[in-house]
Design a protein around this ligand. Structure first.
Ligand code: CDV
Length: 309
């Protein structure tokens, strides 16, 4: 048994006017709660430090850059790193990254128990659009503010487990899980900000959106025999609702813990990394059963190519 007690630290809403320091204090409160419940690792959502700013159109570079971190730890997050190190708890959280070269990514990091960053991931699947879209009920300008991630889907050895990260929309793409599955991933950490309504289809209800999120995460866990910790930023951000639905999913694809609120909320589960062994050595023993000679299209094309009539 290789048990790792994992905390999924869902965050409630963050308003535009909230400071990073305020948010970091909320994260520290969740971290302390998690440590008291025996967690060795705590996972926070996508863009943990700010409101989901891609819903707003900013024209000026300075207005955009105000949402980004130029270094990590930053001044506002240093207390979080310090507390995590004192408690001996590893953390993972998302933030907007501005590199020294002026590149912008939707990123997440993973630390070890000493607070040292052992992994960084940059979101690959950026949803939304890059220009103001008057047809939408609200904007989703991730393609305006971020470049697609350039680091692939790495897997790191951390705390005796094989860990990978993905961010929000990535969870809907089986390729993301499989690339990590092909590196033996045992624990996938995933943060998200998902609006409770579809900006292009007001008839799509919350129930369907929660279902699609959970369906994707459960399928990814099962088909790659890995634990998945999926953590929301939820609640009403300046009149824009984000759904909750944070879950911890086992390697059989079952939900073992589910958030009940759209507030700051902690889920805890003791995840046995050896529970990934059975699936990885039987039905999803990739070495024995995969047929990559038939998967060429996966890497060769993006849009569907329909057979001719
Ligand atoms: N932050 C996201 O990536 N959100 C998308 C929404 C726009 C569909 C998601 O996949 O949840």
């Amino acid at each position: 048994m290789r048990e790792l007690v994992v905390g999924a630290a869902q965050l409630g809403p963050i308003q535009k006017a909230d400071s990073r320091a305020d948010v970091a204090a909320r994260m520290i409160a969740l971290l302390e709660k998690a440590a008291a419940r025996g967690c060795g690792l705590v996972v926070f959502p996508e863009l943990s430090l700010t409101t989901f700013f891609p819903r707003w159109l900013f024209e000026e570079r300075a207005e955009v850059d105000a949402w980004f971190e130029r270094e990590m730890p930053s001044a506002a997050t240093r207390p979080l790193f310090d507390r995590a190190r004192e408690l001996g708890v590893a953390i993972s959280f998302g933030y907007a990254e501005l590199t020294p070269e002026g590149r912008r990514f939707n990123a997440s990091i993973l630390t070890d128990r000493t607070g040292a960053i052992v992994g960084k991931y940059r979101k690959v699947h950026l949803p939304g659009h890059s220009e103001f879209d008057p047809e939408r009920a609200f904007q989703h300008l991730e393609k305006r503010y971020f470049e697609p991630g350039d680091l692939g889907f790495p897997v790191w050895r951390n705390m005796g487990a094989l860990m990978g990260m993905m961010i929000c929309n990535d969870r809907r793409w089986p390729e993301a899980y499989r690339v990590m599955g092909l590196q033996g991933v045992e624990l996938i950490l995933l943060g998200y900000n998902t609006p409770s309504v579809n900006s292009q289809n007001s008839a799509e209800g919350l129930e369907k959106r929660l279902y699609h999120s959970e369906l994707s995460v459960c399928a990814g866990a099962y088909q790659n025999a890995a634990w998945v910790v999926a953590v929301a930023k939820a609640g009403d951000e300046d009149g824009h609702p984000l759904m909750g639905g944070s879950v911890i999913v086992d390697p059989d694809g079952f939900v073992v813990a589910r958030a009940q609120t759209e507030e700051d909320e902690l889920l805890v589960h003791a995840c046995d990394m050896d529970a990934t062994r059975f699936g990885k050595t039987t039905i999803f023993d990739f070495a024995r059963h995969r047929r990559p000679e038939h998967y060429g299209r996966i890497c060769a094309q993006t849009g569907a190519e329909i057979p001719e009539e």
